[in-house]
Design a binder for this molecule. Sequence first.
Ligand code: RET
Ligand code: FE2
Length: 547
Amino acid sequence: MDIIFGRNKKEQLEPLRARVTGRIPAWLQGTLLRNGPGMHTVGETRYNHWFDGLALLHSFTIRDGEVYYRSKYLRSDTYNANIEANRIVVSGFGTMAYPDPCKNIFSKAFSYLSHTIPDFTDNCLINIMKCGEDFYATMETNYIRKINPQTLETLEKVDYRKHVAVNLATSHPHYDDAGNVLNIGTSIVDKGKTKYVIFKIPATVSGGGKKGLSPLKHMEVFCSIASHSLLSPSYYHSFGVTESYIVFLEQPFKMDILKMATAYLRGASWASCLAFHREDKTIHIIDQRTRKSVLTKFYTDPMVVFHHVNAYEEDSCLLFDVIAYEDSSLYQLFYLAKLNKNFEENSRLTSVPALKRFAVPLHMDKNADTGSNLIKLSSTTARALKEEEDQVYCQPELRYEGLELPRINYAHNGKRYRYVFAAEVQWSPIPSKIIKYDILTKSSLKWGEVHCWPAEPVFVPTPGAEDEDHGIILSAIVSADPHKLPFLLVLDARTFTELAHASVDVEMHLDLHGLFIPGADWDAGKQAPSREERDRAAERRVAPRTW
Ligand SMILES: CC1=C(/C=C/C(C)=C/C=C/C(C)=C/C=O)C(C)(C)CCC1
Ligand SMILES: [Fe+2]
């Protein structure tokens, strides 16, 4: 799997016209903008983990049936420092590197725990977030990087900590109909407390357009939830929302803050400070009207969740769907040493990701017997069993085994919905097919091709569509076969038949997440990068030697 994971990918700065086979619907105009790790070696040094890789942004601009591809490394401080030193000098998820900016923090104040939270990387490789009219590359630390979605140029570095007290924040925010962003982060040992902070970034700021009035400067804390433990908050990758509630899983996959505080000195990675405890897991349900957790204590069996799929309310119950694992083995599998050698043997998941539906009663029947099931819905077999003292044990319904990177028609986010679009994964963490799972009929449709590894499928609705699946699925497909070019796949979301594919003659990276920016106002073919950008690129263009 060296072709996929072992080689640094080259940038494609000039828009490259793809070879389109089939027909892209005329209404489909816009840019699929995605993010993921593209470079794992710098000079003679190598990152250990796939999630450490330097962020490589790429985009497919679809204009009048044609597709133009471009890619560019995020010029994060992390990227610049590494390239300048010609070796890895900034730590990632699975690699502790030296010298590191956090060195100063350690030498400054070791006596106060609250000062020992190190400065993390700004290598924002996971997703793209839209804030008002602006776009940001995101990861899970306190930094996000503004980008130009058209040229993929890197702009300001934003430190969440300047606006809300969070050391970490997810790269899976939610958006309401007006485009306001809702996200959650962790505030570690701040003023003697560790808490999860839910915050909002407004889509617009009054007096907008004027310089300096970035929505980020107007972000505000919506509410916060105290962590069960001061020194071991949960690790989480996403959360759920409904029209009136927020779902947050305080899972037993935890960060050990004391280990993190000494990691740099011990030469240990951040990843080694995460551990799965096989304890119960708390389900926090936050009422958006009161901004407080509901009083009933909901919990479930130990599991690890990275992606929430969707959540909604139905007949006084809250239903939420997640992709759940029985252990934390997923993160272990992405060590490059495993991915690049004996891939088939080394990369077997010990727990298959499964779509599970949970049901939580929103109004407790005080007279219900202890042990009784509080869920009376005919649509699910998920149960919520009443226990003593306002405690409820939730047992999910298993809906589908072997899928990850879920996406939905976002118009249904927080609302009743029927379709999950995802990548199919069996015993290996690498997707082999794209799947459309129908929650109502429990049936599925699939797309797959030999040696093809699909990325997360993104749903784009047909203008004026009434049906939830009336639209297109876009996915970037890379191949393990060196003779097969990577391509943008265009599927009819209803039938899952291929409408077109657009091949590009580049070495494309396997990415993580992204979004579609609709619109026809960019002239894709003509848009060359600025002269200054080109000159800078020429200096850095040649990717460092690969091993
Ligand atoms: C650097 C760093 C982190 C990085 C986490 C990353 C990079 C997670 C990537 C997750 C992905 C890609 C999941 C996909 O499902 C932590 C642990 C937040 C905290 C310490 C510093
Ligand atoms: Fe994710």
